[in-house]
Write a protein that binds this ligand. Structure first.
Ligand SMILES: Cc1cc2nc3c(=O)[nH]c(=O)nc-3n(C[C@H](O)[C@H](O)[C@H](O)COP(=O)(O)OP(=O)(O)OC[C@H]3O[C@@H](n4cnc5c(N)ncnc54)[C@H](O)[C@@H]3O)c2cc1C
Length: 422
């Protein structure tokens, strides 16, 4: 079976790439045994270049801001194509600290954000409560990042499946065993049942599994590993919204986020754990998430716990994605390694991949995602060192909070600790 393009992996990245490529006039086949059931099914849906910015990763800011700017057009095109409501809500994000140390950490973060020219506004206690009456009275100060928005990832995936089919994407529910190439030219893929799919171009978008496909020469294999994240879904029984804005909080140096939906659902996340391909949901992570979320929004104790779930972020040594052609294998386009920002970066990634496949010049913002960049070849950088008074992101199920001075759990930089993990 021949097509112009085979896309390996039907998470949000692969589905968006396939849709855009088909709309650009290419014949596209997408292969995934369970499309939409990977990390994209777990993601909270924050589109958060400002509140995600971390010390040492500011060179990715151009990419994440461009990613956020691509969302309004992408959302309206996808909604027009399908009639689906993607839950895209440009309502901003509140960043709050629970105790005095947390508030100080936020002040440091604000200084860093301002240095980078990012717009955040300090809010007083009364202003916070006017916006979000459910916030605990203990939360006295906060920041508003007016440009960090949200979307519903599961609705986006569902819409992309429909839009892709309508645009002519042929979906094959199967697993790719091997990338086929002759010398340095891609010829297609072989499925686990032995069948071959011929194509001039292969887009590798298999998320955390991207480096597990056979046949990839070492020089073209993306440096992607799984980074586990656990997350909870809650629901108000009366269906009224619990919050109007996403709230990201530091609670006794630990980070937690609460992402609302219009109908009373609330997503609470997330752990960050180096556990290989394990997706066990643990009591410890669930307890920590609920404790921290209830510290900032006590009313969540009354909500129904409807789902607890774990997913695998596709993560790279420098936490930036891998998008583009490799110099060692022609016909291979990598679209993976989106770490905490795969939802945010799906539109810009898909546009860049469609450009590459049709011979157009992709956006310059993608330079940070160059598959041949040195950072992907270098030894992994040192794990996090806590800055005074700060602490690194939540490390679930460890019986303690990360990090130690040597850091064993996260891959973050010293001053990035005030971030909240996606
Ligand atoms: C807890 C958590 C919260 C998050 N929150 C956010 C957020 O708020 N905002 C944000 O921007 N990002 C967030 N992320 C990150 C985001 O989920 C990922 O970056 C994004 O979903 C990656 O998409 P993907 O398509 O590359 O991977 P996936 O969605 O994992 O899809 C990969 C697909 O490849 C398929 N596959 C694997 N192997 C093969 C094979 N051999 N053959 C064929 N198919 C194969 C799998 O079945 C899967 O469907 C979060 C992640 C987690 C875990």
């Amino acid at each position: 079976m021949n097509s112009d393009v085979v896309v390996v992996g039907g998470g949000m990245i692969g589905l968006a790439c396939a849709w855009r490529a088909a709309r650009a006039g290419l014949s596209v086949r997408l292969v995934d045994p369970e499309p939409g059931r990977g990390a994209s099914n777990v993601a909270a849906g924050m589109l958060a270049p400002v509140t995600e910015v971390t010390y040492g990763e500011q060179e990715h800011l151009g990419l994440t801001i461009a990613g956020a700017r691509a969302w309004p057009t992408f959302a309206s095109e996808l909604e027009d194509a399908t009639g689906y409501d993607l839950g895209y809500r440009p309502t901003g994000t509140l960043l709050v600290g629970f105790d005095r140390d947390d508030a100080e950490a936020l002040a440091e973060l604000r200084a860093f954000q301002s240095e980078l020219g990012l717009r955040v506004t300090a809010l007083r206690s009364r202003e916070l409560r006017e916006r979000e009456p459910m916030l605990s009275p203990r939360v006295r100060t906060g920041l508003l990042a007016g440009e960090d928005h949200r979307v519903e990832p599961r609705a986006v995936v569902a819409a992309l499946l429909v839009a892709g089919e309508e645009a002519g994407v042929a979906l094959k529910r199967a697993s790719v065993a091997r990338l086929d190439h002759v010398d340095d030219r891609v010829r297609g893929v072989t499925l686990t049942d032995g069948r071959r799919l011929r194509a001039d171009e292969v887009v590798l978008a298999a998320g955390a599994w991207s480096a597990t496909i056979d046949g990839l020469p070492d020089s073209a294999k993306p440096a992607v590993r799984p980074l586990k994240g656990q997350l909870l879904h809650l629901r108000a029984l009366d269906g009224r919204p619990v919050l109007h804005t996403t709230v990201r909080a530091l609670v006794r140096h630990r980070s937690v986020y609460l992402v609302p939906r219009d109908d009373g659902r609330l997503v609470v996340g997330a752990s960050q754990e180096e556990r290989g391909f394990d997706t066990t949901v643990t009591a410890g992570a669930t307890r920590e998430l609920l404790d921290d979320a209830a510290s900032v929004v006590p009313g969540i104790d009354e909500l129904e716990l409807t789902e607890s779930i774990a997913g695998l972020r596709p993560t790279t040594p420098d936490n930036a994605p891998v998008v583009g052609r490799t110099s060692s294998l022609s016909g291979l386009v990598l679209a993976t390694g989106h770490h905490r920002n795969g939802v945010l970066l799906a539109p810009i990634t898909a546009a860049a991949v469609a450009d590459l496949l049709t011979g157009a010049e992709p956006t310059a913002a993608l330079t940070a995602a160059d598959p041949d960049r040195d950072a992907l070849r270098a030894a992994p950088r040192p794990r996090s060192r806590p800055a005074p008074g700060l602490q690194a992101p939540r490390a679930a199920n460890t019986g303690r909070h990360a990090p130690t001075a040597t850091g064993t759990v996260t891959d973050h930089h010293p001053h990035q600790d005030p971030e909240v993990n996606t």
